[in-house]
Design a protein around this ligand. Structure first.
Ligand code: C2E
Ligand code: MG
Ligand code: MG
Length: 630
């Protein structure tokens, strides 16, 4: 006789999980698909276990075929249950895609054999048979345990080897207890075969998985109406490089202002309504909420973008209304083309973020379009960022020197220090690419300090006057210029290398000259320590003469574009301006001198120093020494 006292409560608890799970929105990723299969198969296993045991008790009154079929269903469900649990394990450990197909099949061989043996059982009696005296185990019955323990041991092994792939402690602990619970379940079945206790342990394993990984709430936002940004990452990571997607970004413009005006509670209520509305509008697509009023709709590549933009924009013309809430919000759109050729999910996520940033910047109503090419470009930037980070960590920012020539004598008088980094193949990445990235990622201070320190070391190690060099220019980014401890830090480094600060001229651009008071204060602090300032790239920004008068630059560098302009169409403006500068006691340098003619022109209109490829490109320090050391 079989004992059902554990099986029924187990089944009832399982129904509670089923109810919760299916009432919530679920992210269509592989792990969730396996979990759905797991709970369905678990239900079938428990019900067929109860029914087949009941049928075996009542074998005398029930038709023979029914008893056989019910037993067969139970055994098939039993084998499938444990194999699915194994599939789930390797899926959460992220190793499922890494196992070669043939190996994957080989590992599952015990499952395939068990299924075949079960299907053959009604004819062969290998696993079970029913005769006049009732149910009996067949000669191959123990295949149940062989297959069961095989998968449980594999699960333990995988969890042990790849536990680092689980990011949270909660997940690691769960996976350990999960396979352990199945192990105990199998032992219980051996010890108490008639108590149907294994179901209870399998359910325990399921509940653990539910709590640690599969609660759909982990992927939801805005009271469960849409997916959250973690879900977006998970989905993109899994589907990247497999399918094309159409992607729409919908953003509430001026989110923070709106929050100040309406208050957090009202705005949240509005966002909930927007989430609900988008779900209704795009029932076949996935809607994600990325915080700060930003929604992402992911769908098929042939999604009708214009129609979607139009209908959402129309809806936003009306207020978002519910009890005690009435909000008028401004909306912006982005269209992001996600192609299956893209390899990195980070690039796509960065592209989405940058599209949202552009929506906020844009005052016109046109949607922001992020093309596949732009996403690849973002990918290249990510790579440069990684190169940059590694270079900074290894103190490997290189400094190249470009000579500054005296316009009258044609001899070297100074040099400009220009930074370089290298990609993983050793090719040079120019500063035009990595400096803006370093500025955005907050690492420009480190780049600047390495350049400054290496310049100091160069001055200490060589007698630069023997190369004709009287000073070296170092570029300062506007971000570095904002540091209040800049004078202190640079003067400390110069002291460390025993270098007189007068030998180093700081190049700043007009971008650093935003706040007059700050500019004066910072320049004064630096000058007190002995540093001198040069204004770089003159003619590219908003040049204000009266402001220049207030600043103690020792030199103004005309940007290459100004020099080229004059070269193609000489006019009086530049000549007059240079005269005015000289009157104000500024020295003048012309950048971008590429031929003798340009050099002659610049010399004639009064430039004191010349810099350009005509004399030399920026070259590594040791090359500079060999070339100019007399
Ligand atoms: P910049 O300070 O105006 O430097 C002059 C740039 O013009 C250099 O480009 C130089 O190689 C280039 N150049 C010089 N002569 C010629 C010429 O005859 N023809 C042409 N076509 N180009 C010429 P580079 O080294 O690529 O640097 C670009 C910019 O990156 C620099 O412009 C500077 O603003 C920035 N930069 C370079 N190193 C640093 C650094 O260490 N820190 C900071 N904050 N910015 C840096
Ligand atoms: Mg410069
Ligand atoms: Mg310049």
């Amino acid at each position: 006789m079989w004992n059902f006292s554990f099986a029924f409560p187990t089944l009832l608890i399982l129904f509670i999980i089923l109810g919760f799970y299916f009432s919530l929105l679920r992210l269509p990723i592989k792990r969730n698909h396996i979990f759905v299969q797991m709970i369905v198969v678990e239900t079938v296993t428990i019900i067929s276990n109860i029914l087949s045991s009941y049928a075996c008790n009542q074998y005398k009154i029930l038709p023979h075929w029914l008893v056989v079929v019910l037993n067969m269903i139970f055994f098939l469900a039993f084998f499938t249950r444990i194999t699915l649990m194994f599939d789930f394990t390797i899926s959460v450990l992220n190793v499922d895609r890494k196992i070669p197909y043939a190996w994957g099949q080989l590992i599952r061989l015990p499952y395939y054999i068990s299924v075949l043996v079960t299907l053959a059982s009604p004819f062969t009696g290998w696993i079970f048979y029913i005769d006049d005296t009732g149910y009996h185990s067949g000669p191959l019955y123990n295949i149940l345990y062989i297959s069961g323990f095989w998968f449980v041991i594999l699960m333990h092994g995988f969890v042990f080897c790849f536990r680092k792939n689980l990011s949270q402690r909660r997940e690691r602990i769960c996976m350990l207890f999960y396979s352990f619970s199945l192990f105990i379940g199998l032992l219980m079945r051996i010890c108490l075969p008639r108590v149907l206790l294994m179901n209870t342990f399998a359910l325990m394993a399921l509940i653990m998985v539910y709590l640690a990984f599969e609660n759909p709430e982990y992927d939801l936002d805005l009271k469960g109406v849409v997916f959250n940004d973690k879900a977006l990452r998970k989905y993109i990571e899994e589907n990247i490089g497999r399918v094309d997607h159409g992607c729409i970004g919908v953003a509430v413009r001026r989110y923070y202002e709106m929050r100040d005006i309406y208050g957090t509670e009202q705005l949240d209520a509005g966002l909930y309504m927007i989430g609900k509305y988008l779900r209704q509008q795009f029932p076949d697509e996935m809607v994600f909420y990325q915080r700060r009023g930003r929604f992402v709709i992911l769908g098929k590549p042939e999604m009708k973008f214009d129609e979607a933009f139009h209908s959402i924009a129309e809806r936003f013309k009306n207020p978002w209304k519910s009890v005690g809430v009435e909000l008028f919000l401004d909306v912006g759109f982005a269209k992001i083309e996600i192609s299956k050729d893209m390899e990195s999910s980070d690039n796509i996520l960065n592209a989405i973020v940058s599209a949202f940033e552009k929506i906020n910047d844009q005052s016109i109503d046109e949607p922001v379009v992020v093309s596949t090419e732009e996403i690849l470009q973002i990918g290249r930037q990510t790579l440069v960022k990684r190169n940059l980070e590694e270079t900074i960590e290894e103190n490997a920012v290189e400094v190249f020197l470009q000579p500054l020539m005296d316009a009258k004598t044609g001899e070297v008088v100074g040099a400009e220090a220009l930074s370089r980094i290298r990609d993983f193949e050793g090719n040079i990445i120019p500063p035009g690419i990595f400096i803006p990235i370093a500025e955005k990622s907050g690492r420009i201070n480190e780049v600047g300090e390495q350049v400054f320190e290496k310049t100091c070391r160069f001055i200490r190690d060589y007698d630069i006057t023997k190369m004709g060099v009287q000073w070296i220019n170092v570029n300062l980014s506007p971000i570095q210029f904002l540091r209040l401890d800049l004078a202190e830090r640079f003067s400390r480094i110069a002291k460390e290398y025993n270098v007189s600060p007068e030998m180093i001229h700081m190049e700043i651009t007009e971008e650093s000259m935003v706040d007059d008071n700050f500019l004066e204060r910072q320049m004064q602090m630096m000058e007190e320590k002995g540093f001198r300032f040069v204004l770089d790239d003159y003619g590219t920004g908003y040049s204000n003469l009266s402001r220049l008068k207030k600043c103690s630059f020792i030199n103004i560098k005309l940007d290459r574009s100004v020099v080229l302009d004059y070269h193609s169409k000489p006019d009086e403006i530049l000549t007059t301006m240079i005269q005015a500068f000289k009157h104000m006691n500024f020295g003048i340098t012309a950048e971008g001198i590429e031929d003798e003619e340009m050099a002659e022109e610049m010399k004639n209109i009064g430039c004191d120093y010349l810099q350009g490829y005509l004399y030399s490109k920026p070259i590594p320090m040791d090359e500079f020494v060999t070339r100019y050391m007399k």
